[in-house]
Design a protein around this ligand. Structure first.
Ligand code: PMP
Length: 299
């Protein structure tokens, strides 16, 4: 498949309050965000014209910036409106949305107190990985990089710098023929994939690692609620790597990944089953409801 470079497309990108033609949305190379990874971002999806959990994503974006010591100079209302506007301006109804905030070029050293904070929001079509074959499933390799401890890195922030180990892990997995990597945490316990949270079915119950050093994903929380609505038992706990062979189903949950069945982790194979299928269908139905309906269901 030919790649369409991200700097050479038609469309509009919202940048610091203005709509900028896509190809003109360029950054100076001496930006603090580029050199020191002082950036935070979001990944959102719009379904049938509604951005799913928009306010939660916006609040996480603002909070991610605060964790890195900066304040995004827009209110949550303004950021929500900008996300909606950029989708509309690009003529999309089903799309991925990528807000990103970063420190500018006023200072280029470790200290960056005087830098201005910028915000850009782009959007593009990003269909589900599997299209009609949703139950096919992905294969995960075991990552050698570990999720750092919360006192080693700002792990509650969706900070650009944290994706360095994600890219390393994903590349290593791809080099071995896997689709993605299963990452462990600094203690050696099961953590998450490189861009999505992980769920495991043990004895008919839905188990997921406690998000003590990685993102407590918005999709993760949604799927936990959907499972509870189905009277499934949901258990958040430390999951040991030795337990992986005993799981009967495994799936990932994330905004981009949505609910994605897993059919292998390393040498262990799994058959995506009824629990994964039910939650995948419930998630698909939920994201296509209007925001009012979603609020009504409190899911
Ligand atoms: N973990 C990582 C590392 C991610 O990049 C993502 C995607 N944002 C998630 C988990 C899932 O988060 P969410 O469901 O909020 O998209």
């Amino acid at each position: 498949m030919a790649l369409i470079p991200f700097d050479d497309r038609d469309g509009w990108i919202w940048w610091d309050g203005a709509m900028v033609p896509w190809r003109d949305a360029k950054l100076h190379v001496l930006s603090h965000g580029l050199h020191y990874a002082s950036g935070v971002f979001e990944g959102e999806r719009c379904y049938a014209g509604n951005i799913f959990k928009l306010r939660e994503h916006t609040e996480r974006l603002i909070q991610s910036g605060r964790i890195l010591g900066f304040e995004i100079p827009y209110t949550a209302e303004e950021i929500d409106a900008a996300c909606i506007e950029v989708v509309r301006r690009n003529g999309l109804t089903d799309a991925y949305i990528r807000p990103i905030a970063w420190r500018g070029s006023e200072q280029l050293a470790v200290s960056a107190q005087q830098t201005t904070i910028h915000l850009a929001i782009a959007t593009w079509g990003w269909p589900n990985l599997f299209g009609d074959n949703r139950m096919k499933g992905v294969r995960l390799g075991m990552a050698k990089w570990k999720r750092p401890a919360p006192d080693t890195a700002p792990t509650a922030s969706k900070a650009a710098g944290l994706y360095m180990i994600g890219t390393l892990s994903k590349h290593a997995a791809e080099a071995e023929g896997f689709d993605d990597a299963m990452m462990l945490d600094y203690k050696g316990d099961v953590a998450e994939a490189t861009g999505a949270n992980a769920f495991f079915v043990f004895d008919g119950e839905v188990h997921t690692p406690t998000p003590a050093c990685f993102l407590d994903g918005i999709t993760r929380r949604t799927v936990m609620r959907l499972a509870k609505n189905r009277q499934m038992k949901v258990v958040e706990r430390t999951i040991k790597v030795e337990e992986l062979p005993r799981a009967t189903e495994v799936f990932l949950a994330g905004t981009a990944a949505e609910v994605t069945p897993v059919r292998a982790i390393g040498e262990h194979s799994y058959t995506p089953g009824a629990i994964t299928e039910t939650l995948l269908a419930d998630y698909e139905a939920l994201v296509r409801m209007s925001p009012d309906e979603v609020a009504k269901r409190a899911a």
